[in-house]
Design a protein around this ligand. Structure first.
Ligand code: SER
Length: 341
């Protein structure tokens, strides 16, 4: 009898992934670099959904983000507060986007651990009790110096020496643990550096690839903190958002991996980006500055990831390359930064 019950429980747990989801969604960190755009995309594109914009004090939603749906104070380190939101809105899917990026996490490692790990376990426990699916992004930062840097495989060495990387590997492991042990439907991707004209990142190693566009449009000389020749994976935000939605809607029976899939669309180094920007702003000027923290972090990350598992298991395909992204970035930033008349 015990064996039958256990078998049934395991079957039910594994197949919880088949229940209807993505109806009532909580985005934790909805005002951040990814959350501000993901919340709006979910509200626009998931029919009949309720998408709750979770925020912390000091980062309240404004404008269309506030006006287009419910918003709740959702501090990832406050488990009772999160549980109350999940109950109130009958949440079935949680996007956990609360995190400190790599360079700032090096400056505040204990805070990074608290937000990234204590926060994650709060959400995973709530998801276990209340049957939610959970997406918590991983990153190129989950790799380290002894990871193969070219065509970085899906399954490979992950021994980062940054606190950001340590929390990202731990996030992958803990998310897989909750899936295998409790059947919590955890899924994720390893994001490259994300580039967008909407919300600026803060304290990341790949931020230079966003800031450079702002400097070019404003006609400012750009001080690049990443040395020439340092390749990193990058991705335009629309592709990243698409991945975050698509992975949560993927057929679970096809998923061999879960936490987390390599996804890739472009890899470049600062000189290639400079050359691309000069095509749009011929007077653009850039010089290098020494930033030992960011240099060391960038050196330890892959040059380019192999995303063949994501392509095979849930049909991941990016849309943008460096040129189409740059066209879109310049078009939007010229409008956004246009002097008021
Ligand atoms: N964009 C992040 C950072 O630079 C990496 O995932 O910290």
């Amino acid at each position: 009898m015990f064996a039958v019950c256990t078998a049934f429980r395991n079957f039910a747990a594994q197949n919880r992934t088949c229940l209807i989801r993505m109806k009532n969604i909580l985005v934790v960190g909805s005002t951040g670099q990814i959350g501000s755009e993901l919340t709006m995309k979910l509200r626009r594109e998931i029919p009949n959904s309720t998408v709750v914009a979770g925020y912390i004090r000091g980062a309240e939603p404004k404008g269309i983000l506030l006006e287009s749906g419910p918003a709740e104070l959702a501090d990832v380190t406050n488990a009772p507060q999160l549980a109350a939101i999940v109950d109130k809105y009958h949440i079935d899917t949680i996007y956990n986007l609360a995190a400190l990026l790599s360079a700032v996490a090096e400056a505040k490692p204990l805070l990074a651990w608290h937000i990234q790990m204590d926060g994650l376990i709060n959400l995973l426990e709530i998801a276990r009790e209340k049957h939610c699916a959970v997406f918590t992004p991983s990153s190129i930062g989950s790799f380290g110096l002894n990871t193969p840097h070219k065509n970085t495989p899906q399954d490979t060495i992950q021994r980062p020496r940054t606190m950001y990387g340590v929390t990202k590997v731990s996030t992958e492991l803990l998310s897989d643990y909750y899936f295998h042990k409790y059947g919590v439907d955890t899924r994720s991707v390893r994001f490259p550096g994300l580039i967008s004209y909407v919300t600026l990142p803060g304290g990341g190693t790949t931020d230079y690839a966003v800031e450079i566009y702002y400097a070019a449009v404003k006609g400012e000389d750009f001080a690049c903190p990443i040395p020439a020749g340092t390749y990193m994976d990058m991705m335009y935000m629309p592709d990243a958002l698409h991945a975050a939605v698509q992975i949560m809607q993927a057929d679970p029976s096809r998923l061999i991996h879960r936490n987390a899939f390599n996804i890739a669309s472009m890899s470049f180094e600062p000189e290639q980006l400079r050359a691309e920007i000069l095509r749009f702003e011929p007077d653009f000027k850039m010089h290098y500055v020494n930033d030992p923290v960011r240099k060391a972090i960038a050196d330890s990350w892959p040059d380019n990831m192999d995303d063949s598992c994501a392509r095979a298991e849930w049909d991941w395909r990016p849309t943008y390359d460096l040129h189409s992204m740059s066209e879109d970035m310049f078009r939007h930033l010229r409008e956004k930064l246009k002097p008021a008349k």
